[in-house]
Design a protein around this ligand. Structure first.
Ligand SMILES: [Zn+2]
Length: 134
């Protein structure tokens, strides 16, 4: 099954929205309602930078249900340009080519298909930055 182009490439639909604690100013993705650092409930939505680098990664060879078609696939701890860290799947890269420090960019992709009714989850994945891309 192919994913419509606009879901993959649209710069307009895509936004990486996290939350920022109004008290300690830490940022989180996915967004949280309570700050895990200071316990504050005052968090606001913030648009996070869509570029970062791979801090560490692991290759998933035995995936959870619904992700079988993607295995093996890399999952990385990514640090965004503002210092926010998140865990996301890497895409458009051979697992053996993933490197620590690799610069990556967020992209909006199909995450999984669940069940016979084919409920599709979309979400953020990261792909290697293409040369000359800003
Ligand atoms: Zn806080």
């Amino acid at each position: 099954m192919s994913v419509p182009i606009y879901w993959r490439e649209s710069k307009y639909r895509y936004k990486l929205i996290g939350s920022e604690c109004m008290k300690c100013h830490k940022r989180f993705y996915p967004p949280k309602r309570v700050c895990p650092v200071c316990g504050s409930r005052e968090l606001k939505d913030v648009k996070l930078p869509d570029k970062g680098h791979v801090v560490t990664y692991t290759i998933i060879r035995v995936p959870p249900k619904g992700y079988e078609e993607y295995a093996p696939y890399p999952i990385a701890l990514i640090e965004l340009e503002d210092g926010t860290r998140l865990i996301a799947q890497l895409t458009d890269v051979d697992p053996k080519d993933v490197k620590i420090g690799m610069v990556v960019k967020a992209t909006f992709r199909k995450l999984s298909e669940i069940g016979r009714d084919g409920i599709i989850q979309y979400g953020v994945k990261f792909r290697p930055l293409i040369e000359n891309e800003s």
